[in-house]
Design a binder for this molecule. Structure first.
Ligand code: GTP
Ligand code: MG
Length: 227
């Protein structure tokens, strides 16, 4: 018999508040178990990316990944997103409706590294590609560029296997530089940000695209010289 059932038997229905507290504790426990799954999924995908990067470094003397960032979405942001999506607030609903609870950002050195890393990751037997949004091929209207993948990775537990979703954003250092500055506008409304600022950022996005392409081209020229 579960702890809360014993408590419930002993109390009858005398104190509903206590029962509510028990429910609350159960929910927290369930939420904690879910967070552990997402943490495990981040670890798995990070390790896969690091292994790919190390292999490249050894084989081709080139490290495609500059660095990796990751985060578990905070309970507050999870709540905000559920409300924004107008869906139920429960652990099951998080599982069904959110795909970015576990987030990994891969910052690459050159544009050509992005597709390589994405392809090698998605090709792995235990990785399922759920969604691919290529905002490099098709930048957002504000100029945002990045490759977004939603993948599922199996997490092997003592008594079951869970397929956990992870959002992987892959971009160059320059694209990341741009996105961090643009992100500062996130909490401002359209009216609060002048068109001048938005236009300047858009122009920066264009310059950054040129810069990324030129850096790639110089890198290839240097490599060809060395061969
Ligand atoms: P969300 O509901 O925001 O997750 O959007 P979505 O599910 O349609 O996914 P999308 O691929 O558009 O964006 C997911 C994430 O990419 C965001 O949470 C941001 O981290 C990042 N992102 C997307 N668009 C922008 C942008 O215009 N600027 C910046 N700085 N980041 C962006
Ligand atoms: Mg998101």
């Amino acid at each position: 018999m579960e702890f809360h059932e014993i408590l419930q038997m002993n109390m009858g229905n005398k104190n509903l508040d206590v029962l509510k507290n028990i429910d609350f504790i159960e929910n927290i426990k369930e939420f904690g178990i879910m967070q552990q799954l997402y943490r495990a999924a981040i670890k798995e995908v990070r390790t896969k990316l690091e292994i790919l990067d190390e292999e490249f470094q050894i084989k081709y003397d080139h490290s495609p990944i500059h660095h990796i960032e990751y985060r578990l979405k905070s309970p507050q942001s999870i709540m905000d997103k559920l409300i924004q999506k107008d869906v139920e607030i429960s652990t099951q609903s998080i599982w069904n409706n959110l795909s970015d609870v576990a987030g990994i950002r891969v910052i690459c050195n050159y544009i050509s590294d992005i597709d390589k890393i994405a392809a090698f990751l998605v090709r792995q037997d235990d990785i399922t590609l759920i969604r691919r949004n290529d905002y490099i091929e098709n930048p957002k209207p504000n100029g945002y560029r990045s490759l977004h993948l939603i993948v599922a990775v199996p997490i092997f537990l003592s008594d079951s296997t869970k397929h956990v979703k992870v959002e992987v954003q892959i971009r160059t250092i320059a694209m990341d530089f741009w996105a961090s500055l643009e992100h500062k506008l996130k909490y401002k409304t359209q009216d609060e940000v002048s068109k001048v600022i938005r236009d300047r950022l858009f122009d920066c996005a264009r310059s950054i695209t040129q810069l990324d392409l030129e850096m790639q081209s110089i890198y290839e020229a240097i490599k060809a010289d060395q061969e």
